[in-house]
Design a protein around this ligand. Structure first.
Ligand SMILES: Cc1cc2nc3c(=O)[nH]c(=O)nc-3n(C[C@H](O)[C@H](O)[C@H](O)COP(=O)(O)O)c2cc1C
Length: 302
């Protein structure tokens, strides 16, 4: 018998595959669809206090080994998002993780407190966005800023677990995760996309209208494994949603070996027709071949 269940900060998942924020979950119906396709939990697109328009087109490119996007965190604002999350919580049949972002510590606490009304299973803090009070530096760039957001949210949201979502482009991701845990984070999500650009050499132009975007997909996997493993070393007991470039069952096992408690699936939904069903079946087949019965057996030899 292969047992694919896992627990994230007390939240039970039937399998470890979590739809990553922003890739498909722009509304309740898309979240419900990912759950029907086999996701163990689903994360909504990050929302802010006020509605926000995205960047100009082109906002995304897909190559065989990577994706680049600069969507610009477009979203309808938290008041509209509350209804979407409520519907998803009612219909999805799997835990719904609501993602939020803001430009200041106070706004983070306010947007998290508003989305809590919809009773998601967890709230994910997308702290990889710019801090308006600190010259646009990401909150996740320093332990101090990441900890300040986490602490402010925990003071306002008492009964819903919180996950801090970290960026890979920092000198010591383990120290940032440890400060988030000290400040009350119940879970860490890692990683967000990596800053990148692509050039059309004949047109002599950057391909994205925004010039810079976030790298995701297969090319990100080695970076993500390293980040997740550093976080696991710094925070031996915290729940980790590990992701970045996972597109197969063996990739999911790699992420679990690196220290993840669950595995996020983002760009893979563009690379595979039935990403959740196929990756889940491949992970179960890998476990059977290697003699693993449960996810907690999948460990890295040190
Ligand atoms: C089109 C697109 C939109 C995204 N939007 C968000 C978002 O709103 N909030 C967030 O925290 N991450 C967002 N992400 C990042 C993903 O959640 C994920 O962390 C990243 O893509 C790495 O995982 P992957 O390689 O499996 O896609 C987005 C990624 C993509 C490709």
């Amino acid at each position: 018998m292969i047992d694919l269940s896992t627990t994230l900060a007390g939240v039970k998942l039937g399998n470890p595959l979590v739809l990553a924020s922003g890739v498909r979950g722009n509304n309740a119906q898309l979240l419900i669809r990912a759950a029907k396709e086999g996701a163990g939990a689903v994360t909504s697109k990050s929302c802010s206090l006020q509605p926000r328009e995205g960047h100009a087109n082109p906002t995304a490119i897909a190559a065989p080994t990577y994706m680049l996007n600069a969507i610009g965190l477009s979203n309808p604002g938290v008041e509209a998002e509350i209804d979407e999350i409520k519907e998803a919580v009612k219909e999805a049949g799997v835990p719904v993780i609501a993602s939020v972002f803001a430009g200041s510590v106070d706004d983070f606490a306010n947007v998290a407190a508003r989305i809590a009304v919809a009773k998601p299973a967890m709230i994910e803090l997308d702290i990889s966005c710019p801090n308006v009070h600190n010259e646009g530096e990401m909150f996740s760039s320093t332990p101090q800023a990441a900890g300040a957001v986490t602490k402010a949210v925990k003071a306002k949201v008492k009964n819903i677990p919180i996950s801090a979502k970290l960026a890979p482009n920092v000198p010591n991701i383990g120290a940032i995760a440890a400060e988030c845990q000290k400040s009350g984070a119940d879970c860490i999500t890692a990683i967000n996309t990596m800053p990148a650009m692509w050039v059309d050499v004949r047109a002599r132009r950057a391909v994205l209208a925004n010039k810079y975007g976030g790298l995701s997909g297969p090319a990100l996997l080695p970076v993500a494994l390293r980040c997740v493993n550093s976080i696991r070393k710094a925070c031996p007991s915290i729940s980790i949603i590990g992701g970045g470039g996972v597109t197969s069952g063996e990739d999911a096992a790699r992420m679990l070996m690196a220290g993840a408690s669950a595995v996020s699936i983002g760009s893979a939904v563009w690379y595979r027709t039935d990403a959740f069903g196929e990756i889940k079946a491949e992970l179960a087949a890998f476990m059977k071949e290697e003699g693993y019965h449960r996810l907690s057996d999948i460990k890295l030899e040190e």
